[in-house]
Design a protein around this ligand. Structure first.
Ligand SMILES: Nc1ncnc2c1ncn2[C@@H]1O[C@H](COP(=O)(O)OP(=O)(O)OP(=O)(O)O)[C@@H](O)[C@H]1O
Length: 290
């Protein structure tokens, strides 16, 4: 039981976007899909949801191909930046159409969410602000009877209050009716505590694929005087560094050599997900902060 993405490659105009990407998405889990601007996150989500066909590779759901397979496609839903709705249509009407399309669409929940977010369902889609367009699309995503829900930039244009409401609703709907959510966002700090598993897409490939606690367990900041830090981190996987005043910080991803004594002058702490992501996907060797 899972979505299997196997050896997917995609190029646009001879430019490689995804190169041999493989991953597994399991039922009833919350995932984060992280990557820098233009890394190919939307492309990957579009391929998984059958909106575009990959040049190479396969996507299966419970071992069945998803390509033009109504049965499997009905079990996944992609909410994306693309506006699929006609501007002149009222939201209530759009919900009617969605209810007809998805038999089990949870209309009472949609109406409750609209009230909570202060969304007037009599408004026309085209009259909504950017934030309220996102809110409407999120409401649909939460109410469709899909087992796998992909949220591409789900907080686009949302103010801080609405983002918090969204995160709370996500936790609530997930605990009431567990299903898979894959969230692609740049607001890493805000989702760090929500997601169980993270994929990082960088240089056309998945470079990090693991449970968030396991990954953070392997991520360290080692700080102190430049000499002591540099000596201690020799041979470790240093993914970035900062220099501030007389203090040097090296960011390490991977095991420390436990048999090595840690000098008193060196401080070891764990990195948070955002800082780890920034350092892993920084193209520069070192980031200097003065
Ligand atoms: N249909 C398309 N035709 C041509 N190029 C495309 C197409 N879709 C995406 N691209 C290109 O592929 C690259 C990856 O785009 P994509 O939208 O997947 O990245 P992303 O990781 O979602 O980026 P962002 O975080 O900035 O939204 C970009 O350079 C983009 O211009």
């Amino acid at each position: 039981m899972s979505i299997q993405v196997k050896a997917v490659s995609q190029a646009f105009h001879h430019q490689t976007i995804l190169d041999n990407v493989s991953l597994t998405i399991e039922p009833e889990k919350i995932y984060g899909l992280l990557g820098r601007n233009g890394a190919g996150k939307s492309t990957l989500l579009n391929i998984i949801s059958n909106r575009i066909f990959a040049d190479h590779g396969t996507v299966t759901l419970d071992e069945q191909s998803m390509r033009d397979n109504d049965q499997t496609l009905g079990r996944i839903y992609l909410m994306s930046e693309v506006n699929l709705y006609p501007d002149r249509t009222k939201l209530n009407k759009l919900l009617d159409t969605t209810t007809q399309l998805y038999g089990d669409f949870d209309r009472p929940y949609a109406e409750r969410l609209a009230k909570e977010f202060g969304l007037d369902l009599n408004a026309r889609f085209g009259k909504l602000s950017t934030g309220y367009r996102t809110i409407f699309k999120l409401i649909v995503a939460f109410c469709v009877p899909a087992d796998y829900i992909f949220l591409d930039e789900p907080v686009l244009g949302l103010d801080a209050n609405h983002r918090e409401l969204f995160y709370n609703e996500l936790i609530e709907t997930y605990s009431e009716k567990p299903r898979t959510f894959v969230i692609s966002t740049h607001l890493i700090e805000e989702i760090a505590n929500l997601i169980e598993h993270v994929f990082v897409l960088d240089h056309h490939q998945i470079t990090v694929n693991g449970s968030v606690p396991d990954i953070l367990e392997r991520a360290y900041t080692i700080s102190g005087s430049d000499h002591d830090v540099t000596t201690y981190t020799q041979g470790l996987n240093v993914i970035g560094a900062d220099h501030l005043g007389g203090i040097t910080a090296h960011y390490v991803y991977g095991p420390l050599q436990d048999d090595r004594p840690i000098p008193d002058t060196v401080k070891i702490e764990h990195l948070d997900l955002q800082k780890l992501f920034i350092n892993l996907t920084n193209t520069k060797e070192e980031a200097h902060v003065n």
